[in-house]
Write a protein that binds this ligand. Structure first.
Ligand code: FAD
Length: 337
């Protein structure tokens, strides 16, 4: 360094707003948010963990699909309350983490542990799940299920970001990450993990579930998809099988998994996958999916795990009880927003 042409002092402030929207706690039941804050406008801390921008983008990814859902009439404006509650908790975790981390970075040298690593290096490694954004867990509520069926897929933590794993796409034998089939398009995803003896044919649990999803009036696909819309316009159903791809017959799969969609009504070949057993990356093994039973994995539009359910679940996917937020139950003419 020959010359310092400019310098400045960056003053670190640990700050967190009470709410990320304009509705005080006492008014949550009576009106929906109209102004939302995101990023450094509502949480600041030191840049040491390199998380400010990451968490800020997490804010807007959380908010984006909710705004789209409300503005297109798919969801009630009461949904917007969940933005502040979910993201403020995430930001609070970050500010608290930053307090600890600042003390580690600013601590005295020479505190090597038994592994010979300096404390900073040791803590950096230990904190990797946090800095990769994998530790945020949304609380159970209208958007995130409870843990009653978590044992069916222990590696897909309900309330946490989807932890992707390798699969092979059936139609073209392409090895890929399952998470890469999810686009940021505000759609919900319903992944069906098939039991070991189920190849998708008639009479199996996968076929029965797909039949119910596609045709039963209680199915969320039927209830939330408008007439004339593609069957996957709101909820995108995909399936993962345990068999090698040569043991599966695409043409015998339920029609929901090979729908004709889009402007030209072309067959979508990209919804069926199998475990990548050949390369030793078996998603059923990697994510602790119970092989005999399989499961349903619901992924929210922001790619957080919404729920894990048994393949026989119908009531859990059926119509919900009336929303607890009074503003959501108001007839539109009486709403204050
Ligand atoms: C030194 C340093 C290193 C960092 N390193 C990392 C890192 O490695 N990884 C990471 O994830 N994050 C990092 N961050 C944090 C990251 O930069 C911020 O968290 C992120 O930029 C916040 O984005 P934002 O859009 O919320 O706010 P900002 O990026 O601050 O954007 C706000 C914008 O609003 C504009 N503005 C303000 N007032 C007005 C007004 N009245 N009218 C119009 N425009 C206005 C500002 O000019 C600014 O362009 C670092 C921060 C610092 C300071």
């Amino acid at each position: 360094m020959k010359e310092v042409v400019w310098w400045s002092i960056y003053e670190i402030g640990h700050r967190l707003t009470d709410k990320f929207d304009d509705v005080p706690e006492g008014e949550v039941a009576t009106r929906a948010p109209r102004v939302m804050l995101a990023g450094d406008a509502c949480h600041t801390h030191s840049p040491k963990a390199g998380q400010g921008m990451n968490v800020s983008m997490g804010d807007t990814f959380n908010l984006g699909w909710k705004l789209i859902s409300v503005l297109t009439g798919r969801a009630d404006p009461g949904l917007l309350h969940s933005y502040s509650s979910e993201r403020r908790a995430a930001a609070k975790g970050l500010v608290e983490f930053d307090h600890q981390w600042a003390r580690v970075v600013g601590g005295l040298a020479g505190d090597d542990g038994v592994d010979g690593l300096p404390r900073v290096a040791r803590e950096f490694v230990a904190n990797l799940p946090f800095t990769c954004g994998l530790t945020i867990r949304y609380e159970p509520g209208a958007l995130t299920g409870g843990t009653a069926y978590q044992h069916l897929a222990k590696g897909f933590d309900i309330g946490k970001r989807l932890h992707s794993a390798p699969v092979v796409r059936l139609a073209d034998a392409r090895p890929m990450q399952l998470g890469h089939c999810i686009e940021a398009d505000a759609r919900w995803r319903l992944f069906v993990f098939a039991p070991a003896d189920d190849a998708g044919g008639a009479g199996g649990a996968v076929a029965a579930l797909c039949e119910w999803l596609e045709h039963d009036p209680a199915s969320p696909l039927r209830r939330h998809t408008a007439p004339g819309e593609d069957v996957d316009a709101v909820i995108d159903t995909r399936a993962v099988f345990q068999q090698d791809l040569r043991a599966l017959d695409f043409a015998a799969m339920p029609t929901l998994l090979r729908p004709h969609v889009g402007r030209y009504g072309l067959c979508d070949y990209e919804k069926i996958f199998c475990a990548d057993v050949k390369r030793g990356h078996d998603i059923f093994e990697l994510r602790g999916i119970v092989r005999d039973a399989g499961c349903i994995l619901i992924v929210r539009p922001d790619q957080y795990v919404g729920h894990v359910l048994p393949l026989a679940a119908r009531a859990e996917l059926g119509p919900a009880s009336p929303p607890s937020c009074a503003c959501a139950a108001d007839p539109p003419a009486q709403r204050r927003y």
